[in-house]
Design a protein around this ligand. Structure first.
Ligand code: SAM
Length: 205
């Protein structure tokens, strides 16, 4: 917090937070959970930004923990759900230092945050995310791959595009854990912008 790059994320949240939930998160949650979920079911969003996904999770019935380093992001998230039952908890923290109680969460999501945090932090954050899932819990992680044009377009954000090998290094496949590494390429403006996302899904038995 307080670094030039975190000031950039504050600015990003002032101007660019998406107004709709991420499409991979929408599909993942609708396919993997019976909605609405039972009262008292918890989800967390690592790098929640301005809260579009957190609001969607709350609309699905989850209590939500939203984590972000940006105070602007967390204020926007709180404002976005101000008309809902107050089941949002926010933590101003980095992905690697946030406090997530073990075996507590049925669902975890992270969109566009591991690439912001970089490989070293992601190697700490992902095992912690897995620990926080309860048995039967599921997670989806969406983040940029190498070759994604957003990395060169926004150098001030210092995004890291992950190689497959780096993605594989995030997950220790212990007993009871399954993980799938997929990718999705979307082009915009007739291919001028080429968004290449890793879509990592994790299930804990
Ligand atoms: C591209 S935005 C994505 C926000 C949101 N998940 C979405 O899809 O709209 C990345 C978010 O990650 C946050 N962020 C960047 N580095 C972080 C870190 N090391 N730990 C926690 N959050 C971080 C930024 O403040 C920003 O809100």
């Amino acid at each position: 917090m307080g670094s030039p790059v975190s000031a950039m994320w504050d600015q990003w949240n002032e101007h660019q937070g998406p107004s709709a939930p991420n499409e991979h998160v929408l599909t993942f949650v609708r396919r993997n959970f019976t909605l609405p979920v039972a009262p008292g079911t918890w989800a967390f969003d690592l790098g929640c930004g301005s809260g579009a996904d957190a609001r969607f999770l709350m609309e699905c019935g989850f209590n939500v923990t939203g984590v972000d380093t940006s105070a602007v992001a967390l204020a926007n998230t709180q404002a976005l759900v101000a008309d809902m039952e107050p089941t949002l908890h926010v933590q101003q923290s980095s992905l690697s230092h946030c406090e997530l109680p073990a075996k507590t969460y049925a669902c975890a999501i992270s969109v566009g945050a591991l690439d912001a945090a970089g490989v070293d932090e992601a190697r700490i954050a992902v095992p912690r995310l897995v620990d926080a899932l309860k048995p039967g819990g599921k997670a989806i992680l969406v983040f940029a791959a190498d070759g994604d044009s957003r990395i060169a377009e926004s150098p001030e954000l210092e995004l890291h595009g992950f190689t497959r090998r780096e993605v594989e290094s995030l997950i220790v496949l212990e007993y009871g854990l399954s993980a799938w590494i997929d990718s999705c390429t979307t082009t915009f403006q007739s291919g001028v912008t080429r968004q290449i996302d890793w879509i990592v899904t994790i299930a804990k038995r």
